[in-house]
Design a protein around this ligand. Structure first.
Ligand SMILES: Nc1ncnc2c1ncn2[C@@H]1O[C@H](COP(=O)(O)OP(=O)(O)O)[C@@H](O)[C@H]1O
Ligand SMILES: [Mg+2]
Length: 263
């Protein structure tokens, strides 16, 4: 990382030419080191999809909810835990059942549904005893969405595919990676608008936006910077996600005639 040469980087000790573009696929697992590398290449002028700032913003589920709420987009009511946590306050603000989430996580692993106050107090005690500095958020449970949600893929501001995900094991979590089933779902104007706005607000070029069903409307559950391809291609066998993203990258690199001719 010197100023000697702005067209190359040191990779495992070897001077290596800068790549034409960088697509980071680490999602919520993006470490400080990875963010620093992405930022560095960004500053050297490499095209990045997605940019480091956007990846960092959506890695933090509270921060991304704050950005969405500040733009008046519909999100579930969310609180940050400070121990000791008053169950009465949670009951008043969010009511039970309530969703407990780790600040950062994916594939449903850090997400738990507390059915009632006693259950909530037990879980809070367990977390506090394990790590009183743990960053945990509490979220209003969107009942209509129990065990099902929508995943929308947005590429370059455009929602390109939508699927409904359904849990198969009776749980409230609809993640495909947890064994959920998938089916194509139409991109209605409301879904298109919510998904593209969500991606725009956090400044992601490629985004997987999760929408919760709420009556005839939706709430934005979370936004992913590195959405999986497998579930979406299962729901839409005609679709090649990697090709869609690559076409967008080619447009960004200036090869738009060639890229759009294949669209
Ligand atoms: N507030 C909520 N109300 C209802 N269901 C929820 C809520 N939050 C999450 N879920 C369900 O749990 C799943 C996982 O939650 P999510 O926040 O997307 O975590 P992850 O990053 O692990 O995918 C969602 O896809 C959805 O099915
Ligand atoms: Mg999710």
């Amino acid at each position: 990382m010197t100023r000697d040469d702005r067209r190359s980087i040191l990779l495992e000790g070897e001077t290596t030419a800068l790549p034409d573009f960088l697509m980071a696929r680490m999602g919520s697992g993006t470490t400080y080191f990875a963010l620093a590398v992405i930022r560095h290449l960004e500053r050297l002028g490499t095209h990045v999809v997605n940019n480091a700032h956007a990846i960092e913003a959506v890695k933090d589920k509270l921060y991304s909810q704050q950005l969405l709420a500040a733009s008046n987009l519909p999100v579930p009511k969310t609180m940050l835990v400070k121990f000791p946590m008053s169950a009465a306050l949670v009951e008043k603000q969010l009511s039970f059942p309530v969703v407990v989430k780790t600040l950062s996580g994916s594939q449903g692993a850090g997400v738990y549904l507390c059915e009632n106050r006693a259950n909530f107090e037990d879980v809070m005690q367990l977390i506090e005893a394990t790590n009183a500095n743990a960053n945990v958020i509490l979220q209003e449970f969107i009942t209509d969405s129990y065990g099902r949600d929508l995943r929308v893929i947005v590429v370059g501001g455009r929602p390109i595919a939508c699927m409904q995900r359904k849990a198969n094991d009776g749980t409230f979590k609809a993640n495909f990676s947890r064994g959920g089933s998938v089916e194509p779902y139409p991109i209605t104007p409301v879904i298109a608008w919510l998904a593209s706005e969500a991606a725009r607000v956090v400044n992601l070029d490629v985004a997987g936006v999760d929408l919760l069903f709420d009556g005839n409307a939706f709430r934005i559950c979370e936004i992913n910077s590195s959405p999986g391809f497998e579930g979406m291609e299962k729901a839409h066998p005609e679709m090649n996600m990697a090709e869609e993203i690559f076409r967008y990258i080619r447009v960004r690199l200036g090869f738009w005639e060639e890229a759009l001719a294949q669209a």
